[in-house]
Write a protein that binds this ligand. Structure first.
Ligand code: ADP
Length: 250
C-alpha cells in the first residue's frame, strides 16, 4: 500500500529521518515502534503531507505521493490522527463527525441559496453516516455531548470516527493509546481490528504500549536514529538484540 524509499527529513544539520526505507502492506496493521527521538512522528508527518521531505520517495499503490499536501492525500484515502486530538470543543460529537472536510458542498452563499435541496440531502446523509460511526464505535450515548467535555480516550475514539466519515484506505495512528484507560484502550483496539477486518482499512500505528502493539500489529517495524532497524512479529523484535540495544541506549 505504502512504499517509503530512502526518505530523509533534516532539520538544519539534524537528521530526524535519515534514509528510511520501509513498506506497509495492504490489509496489514503495521506497528511502528522505537525509542524516543527515533523519527517516528517525523516520518508520519512526511508521509501524511504535514512536512516536506528533504529527499526520498513515498508511493501509495504505486503512485508517487511524495510531498503532496494533506487534503490531496485525504482524497486518495490516506488519513492520519494526531497525538493530541484535534476536536472542535464547543461542537457536539455528532457535529464534529459531520465537519469532516470535503464532505459538504454548502460552503458558499451561492451554494447555500441555489443548492438548498442538495445541501439538505447531503446533511441528512452525513448525519446518517455519523450515527452509523457512533454506533460502530459504541459511543452513540455521547452523540450530543460537547466534544470538549470528552475524556482523552473518548477524544481518540472520535478521531478514529472522523476517519470513518470518508472512504479511508490507510490510516496513520499516532499514539492513539497514550493516556487512555485500559477499558477504553480495549474499545479502541477492538475498533481498529474491526475496521481492518470488516472495512479493509490498512493501519500504521505508532504506540509505546507493547501489549497494545502485540495484540494488534503484524508486522512491527522498529525505527532507530531515523531509519528502519528491524521488522518482524512482536516476538521476533522483542528477541532481537539490536532492538534491545537501541532501547537500552536511550
Ligand atoms: P519519535 O516520534 O520517534 O519520538 P520524532 O520524529 O518526534 O521522534 O523526533 C525525531 C527527532 O527530530 C527528535 O530528536 C526531535 O527533537 C527532532 N525534531 C522533530 N521535529 C523537529 C523540528 N520541527 N525541528 C527540529 N527538530 C525536530
Amino acid at each position: 500500500m505504502i512504499k517509503v524509499e530512502n526518505l530523509h527529513k533534516h532539520f538544519g544539520g539534524f537528521r530526524a529521518v535519515d534514509g528510511a526505507t520501509l513498506e506497509i502492506a495492504e490489509g496489514s496493521i503495521t506497528g511502528l515502534v522505537g525509542p524516543n527521538g527515533a523519527g517516528k512522528t517525523t516520518l508520519f508527518n512526511v508521509i501524511a503531507g504535514n512536512l516536506q521531505p528533504t529527499s526520498g520517495k513515498v508511493t501509495m499503490l504505486g503512485e508517487d505521493i511524495t510531498g503532496l499536501p494533506p487534503h490531496d492525500l485525504f482524497h486518495k484515502g490516506l488519513l492520519r490522527t494526531f497525538q493530541i486530538a484535534h476536536e472542535f470543543g464547543s461542537m457536539t460529537v455528532r457535529e464534529n463527525l459531520m465537519m469532516v472536510p470535503g464532505a459538504q458542498s454548502g460552503e458558499t452563499m451561492w451554494n447555500a441559496w441555489f443548492k438548498r435541496g442538495q445541501i439538505a440531502r447531503e446533511e441528512a446523509a452525513l448525519g446518517k453516516k455519523a450515527d452509523e460511526v457512533l454506533e460502530f464505535l459504541t459511543i452513540d450515548h455521547l452523540r450530543d455531548e460537547r466534544a470538549g467535555n470528552l475524556s482523552g480516550g473518548q477524544k481518540k475514539l472520535l478521531e478514529l470516527g472522523r476517519t470513518m466519515m470518508v472512504d479511508a484506505k490507510i490510516v496513520f495512528l499516532d499514539e492513539v493509546g497514550a493516556g487512555v484507560n485500559r477499558t477504553l484502550l480495549g474499545t479502541i483496539a477492538d475498533a481498529i481490528l474491526r475496521l481492518n477486518q470488516e472495512r479493509g482499512y490498512t493501519f500504521c500505528v505508532i504506540e509505546h504500549d507493547m501489549d497494545f502493539i502485540g495484540k494488534l500489529c503484524d508486522p512491527v517495524i522498529v525505527m532507530a536514529e531515523g531509519k528502519k532497524l528491524a521488522e518482524g512479529t512482536i516476538d521476533e523484535i522483542k528477541a532481537n538484540e539490536q532492538v534491545i540495544e537501541a532501547y537500552l541506549g536511550t
